[in-house]
Design a protein around this ligand. Structure first.
Ligand SMILES: [Zn+2]
Length: 247
């Protein structure tokens, strides 16, 4: 089974074609949105997809200018199963005001997720803010996926104890510090993402080969055969969807 738990298919010009390609290739793609108004639009435009799913998002880097969309986000939340891209971005150039607004919005989103009766699958952006994210989410009875985790000082043990997953992309698996972090993550919590079109090395169009390419890189990091690695990753993805956890 091939999958991609974090992509931005809507950001491609030839969106329809790419969605068709993913559907025909039977690749399960969780496609992020960056604003709730976009999620609302795509769910309406593509009502009957079998492999591609849109996630309800409010991207942390857009929060400062689009905080007005929070009520729309919260109104769409009860019916949405996949949530992302959400999170915090505390890159150096972000102002204190920006960070404060991001934090307030993120806390409200998490609070509302926890109050929903069904478990959601959250895809989390955590640049320079991984530990703040862990403090805000804590334990959650749905699923939390740390997307492209890069924070070396992350309290990884706590994230693992909380049951979080980690989605790995091609770029992250290609540099030394990324590989060092991946090696510390438990095998049963690893997933694959493309973060397309943002990762380097992605072709101008969405690459359906990225799953196998990334699984290959991971098999080298962990010393497994490609088949063994794909089996581990597919089992993880199934557990994620069933809202099960291996401790
Ligand atoms: Zn993303």
């Amino acid at each position: 089974m091939q999958f991609d738990v974090h992509a931005h298919l809507d950001l491609y010009k030839d969106r329809d074609e790419i969605i068709n390609k993913a559907e025909q290739s039977k690749i399960y793609v969780i496609s992020m949105t960056n604003l709730p108004e976009l999620y609302e639009k795509y769910v309406r435009e593509y009502p009957s997809l079998s492999h591609v799913r849109f996630a309800l998002g409010l991207h942390p880097e857009l929060v400062k200018d689009h905080a007005k969309q929070l009520p729309l986000f919260l109104s769409l939340l009860p019916k949405a199963r996949y949530i992302g891209e959400i999170g915090l971005d505390y890159s150096k150039q972000k102002s204190d005001v920006d960070k404060r607004i991001q934090q307030q919005v993120f806390e409200q989103i998490i609070d509302h997720c926890k109050r929903c009766s069904d478990p959601k699958i959250l895809s989390i952006h955590s640049r320079n803010a991984a530990n703040e994210i862990i403090d805000i989410i804590g334990r959650y009875n749905g699923q939390v996926v740390f997307h492209w985790l890069s924070d070396k000082n992350v309290k990884l043990t706590e994230a693992v104890e909380n049951g979080y997953y980690f989605s790995i992309n091609r770029q992250m698996a290609s540099y030394q510090s990324g590989q060092n972090l991946i090696r510390k993550m438990p095998l049963h919590r690893l997933l694959i993402e493309s973060d397309a079109p943002f990762t380097k090395g992605n072709s101008p169009s969405y690459s359906v080969e990225q799953f196998v390419d990334t699984a290959k890189q991971m098999s080298v990091i962990f010393g497994f055969s490609l088949d063994e690695m794909i089996k581990i990753l597919s089992d993880n993805f199934r557990r994620l969807l069933k809202n099960e956890r291996l401790d």
